[in-house]
Design a protein around this ligand. Structure first.
Ligand SMILES: [Zn+2]
Length: 359
């Protein structure tokens, strides 16, 4: 609380081109992300699974290193939601997550003055590392929700592929929420999502967290669940706790107490998180690119998850009663189109080593 934003801004005042620096950092990540995964890599194998396993639902491992069994699909349409980017086949989650999304979408209409939610990526049918984008979303307990409200009519599959993201940030300004697009209803939506006890974290852009810190006048008990991170300016990311009894699920450390409107936020308004990687010394060997993640890097049980029998059909594993709208299926996901905004930066990190824990 004591750390002033004015101070943070003063420190940072000279770096007027911070946006450009951020963008160049992002461009580097795009290059890394868009390399096609090698056949046999965990990304290729889990990205190639088109249906979930049969049997009970289990998250296995950690949000950014794991897989899942017994996933359910969120129907493409509900009274208060529409799923986006259907071709990616990432509507799969732990049933607790799918049930939460249904409830959240209803509550959003009832209590947040929001017309319904657009749901982005949840997870692949068997979880695991994704073909592209995200470093987390691997165990069915992460879901992306757009800051764009649901339209009154059901969008076609093509519209759901093509609808562009709308950033909540002001262009050409460093980490500033755009007052022309940001609304109180979005603030209510975030705090509603944070109100569920089973929700542990909500990732948002640091500018959005700051906006919430500065303007939220309601109960601030759950404000600390809003975690500042790169990207996340056109969608927010809901992360659930490991469900009770999920023995194979590796929990994340709980968030620190308090509203998080403190040093851990001010840090994002300094140059450190946006500094480009140091260039290698002249004559030094270029660093090896990181090795691809293999199935053997994941928890042992994930190899069996890949081999396990599938459910009979997508319909058979879709949440709730089969609805006509669930027939809305776009072409299968062989090479999902990458959304620039998501691929620019991973969901978690890169996290600097020498700084306070920000997750
Ligand atoms: Zn996400």
């Amino acid at each position: 609380m004591a750390f002033g934003f004015a101070q943070a801004f003063r420190t940072f005042g000279k770096l007027a081109l911070a946006g450009a620096i951020g963008a160049s950092l992002a461009a580097g990540d795009v290059g890394a992300e868009q390399k096609t995964p090698s056949p046999g890599s965990a990304k290729a194998l889990f990205g190639g699974a088109s249906l979930p396993t049969q049997g009970p639902a289990q998250p296995i491992g950690f949000y950014a290193k794991g897989c899942m069994t017994g996933a359910m699909a969120l129907p493409t349409d509900g009274p208060t939601w529409q799923a986006m980017r259907l071709s990616r086949n990432r509507r799969w989650g732990n049933p607790a997550m799918i049930a939460l999304l249904e409830r959240f979408s209803q509550d959003a209409v009832r209590y947040a003055g929001w017309p319904g939610i657009l749901v982005g990526d949840i997870a692949q049918p068997r979880g695991g590392p994704m073909l592209n984008g995200h470093s987390s979303h691997q165990i069915g307990l992460d879901a992306d929700i757009w800051f764009t409200p649901m339209p009154a009519r059901s969008m076609t599959a093509k519209e759901r592929e093509d609808l562009p993201f709308t950033s909540m940030l002001q262009k050409n300004k460093f980490l500033t929420v755009n007052p022309k697009v940001w609304t109180e209803s979005r603030a209510r939506l975030l705090m509603l999502a944070a109100s569920y006890p089973e929700v542990e974290r909500i990732f948002v852009n640091p500018a959005i967290k700051k906006k919430m810190c500065d303007t939220w006048t309601g109960d601030r008990t759950n404000l600390g669940k809003l975690r500042p991170i790169y990207g996340h300016d056109s969608h927010f990311h809901i992360r659930m706790k490991c469900p009770p009894g999920a023995a194979g699920c590796t929990p994340q450390a709980p968030v620190a107490s308090g509203d998080g409107c403190d040093k851990s936020l001010a840090y994002w308004f300094t140059p450190a998180p946006w500094a480009p990687a140091k260039p290698p010394k002249p004559g030094a060997k270029p660093p090896k690119p990181p090795r691809e993640v293999m199935v053997s890097d994941l928890p042992k049980a994930c190899a069996a998850v890949l081999d396990a029998a599938s459910v009979a059909s997508m319909q058979a594993a879709t949440y709730g009663a089969p609805s006509a709208a669930s027939a809305l299926v776009a072409s299968p996901a062989t090479a999902p189109a990458a959304d620039a905004e998501e691929d620019m930066l991973p969901d978690v990190g890169p996290l600097p080593n020498d700084k306070p824990t920000i997750q």
